[in-house]
Design a protein around this ligand. Structure first.
Ligand code: C5P
Length: 224
């Protein structure tokens, strides 16, 4: 099947804007596949850490990494994070830590890493459709997608959401530290040379600060 005919909805935006929840709800509702591209980058950071491969040594280890980088996503259940299955292991909790997030953000600025991840992301485009969550899904990876959504929310609201998400996972994080880390990551994501975080020209921008997830889904479905 020519994958041009496979429908894709892209959900981009900064951390804590609600991408994960909305992508998960949409994928479950439409019974489509899900790509959590942030988790894909996180898994790569986790794997490189596990294998003691530093970023400067990525190129010489690329073949080994490619042959051992088998990631699958399971949208799971609402209220729980999308499951990350790496080489048949559920590593969801291991990759969703602030420590891995920080390492991932550094890794994601590297053009070689982005080039490596690109085909891995396109591989998720299979029938009956794909909901792709990330930073550059609509601008770069699936710039041919039929529906592009860009979610935003105030930084305070995003930090609050991140804090309760981490609490649910059993980690306590100081709010001031969380705000600072979010600001740093936002800056890095927006100002990086390769695939910076920005809405695609043809995207629908939704501010989720004061709308609950059901309201956001309703708004998106109007464009389907
Ligand atoms: O969305 P999440 O917080 O899991 O993403 C982790 C990091 O991966 C982000 O801070 C960002 O730097 C990077 N990322 C990216 N491009 C994507 C998805 C995530 O650069 N498409």
């Amino acid at each position: 099947m020519n994958n041009q005919t496979i429908p894709v909805i892209t959900i981009d935006g900064p951390s804590g804007a609600g991408k994960g929840t909305i992508a998960q709800m949409l994928a479950l509702d439409l019974k489509w596949n899900i790509l959590d591209s942030g988790a894909l980058y996180r898994t790569l950071a986790y794997f490189m850490l596990q294998q003691h491969i530093e970023l400067k040594d990525f190129e010489e280890n690329m073949l080994f990494i490619k042959n051992n980088f088998k990631v699958k996503f399971d949208p799971g259940t609402i209220g729980e994070p999308v499951k990350v299955i790496f080489n048949n292991d559920d590593i969801t909790k291991k990759v969703r830590t602030e420590d891995i997030a920080k390492k991932t953000s550094d890794l994601a600025t590297d053009p070689l890493i982005r080039e490596f991840i690109r085909p891995c992301q396109r591989d998720f485009m299979v029938q009956p459709g794909l909901v792709a969550d990330g930073r550059d899904m609509g601008t770069v990876i699936f710039n041919d997608a039929k529906l592009k959504i860009f979610l935003t929310a105030s930084i305070e609201e995003r930090a609050k959401r991140r804090q309760s998400q981490l609490k649910r996972q059993g980690s306590e994080v100081n709010m001031r530290l969380l705000l600072q880390e979010l600001e740093e990551r936002d800056k890095k994501d927006k100002e990086r040379k390769h695939s910076p975080l920005k809405p695609a020209d043809d995207s629908v921008i939704i501010d989720t600060s004061n709308i609950d997830p059901v309201g956001v889904i309703k708004a998106i479905k109007k464009f389907l």
